[in-house]
Design a protein around this ligand. Sequence first.
Ligand code: DGY
Length: 323
Amino acid sequence: MNKPKIIVTRKWPAAVEAELQKEFDVDLNQSDKPMTAAELKAALGRCDAFCPTVSDSVNADVLAAEPLRAKIIGSYGVGFNHIDLEAAKSRGLVVTNTPEVLTDCTADLAMTLMLMVARRAGEGERHVRNGQWTGWRPTHMMGAKVTGKVLGLIGFGRIARAMAHKAHHGFGMKIIFNDPFPPPAEVMNAFRAESRPTVEDVLREADFVSLHCPGGKETHHLLNKARLMMMKPGAYLINTARGDVVETAALVEALRKGVIAGAGLDVYEGEPKVSADLIGMENVVLLPHLGSASTETRVAMGMRVLENLRLYFGGKAPRDRVV
Ligand code: DGY
């Protein structure tokens, strides 16, 4: 029997590519050059399983591909706001993602951003490398203490809970959160987390606000000007979720006016473009969407796609079916 044909849109870790090749007839993207919309569309007509990632826009036009040969979209990444799920459903496509395996690394990166921005680590690094450091002194580069402060989580899914665990047990932080679907009491009790009825309640109370809601229409510009202005004076914003959850122009204004003390960002509206205003600010830590970027996690994500494909082509239900 012919092996199912798989098209992978970007370079994946070598260990995963090797495993995929053992079981499937695979077209890899060794150059790692992003595929154009026309190439993504054409790929859907040439394979049984299409494997994009979070930076490929699999929109309604791409999904209108004719002829359509693909039966499953095995997306590499936990977020799926880059795929038009309604359009995929209407074409009879199964869609899977890669949850759980990136939870800890993404939470670790949110912690990294929180610590970096509070303790001015990016700024300090630049200071040393630029040869500006003249020596220790009592008032040099004072930042904000993290231990014991209030961490406010917007969204309380897996990654937020992993961050709550690290922040509460490692840094003695008080955890508050808002989530339309709060978890059972035993989950909250594990880090003495307190639910707040609205996003605004979290913003008014937290010293650090970390975003963990999914991207998409419902959360587009959730942190708009009005909400940013509600943040506690001197608070910090951390975003490892999706760039368009924050209205960039309003964030720049809040930072410029000193409404908030700083921001730690891993994701951006319209990335990989990053606002020149943000780049010019010392009190902002900017990382290039590195949340899941440890070797262990990126391999695990690929293996999770493989597992979903294996199950699907073996006639079983894929583990991480989204649609
Ligand atoms: C995801 O998986 O959605 C992240 O944004 C990249 O790991």
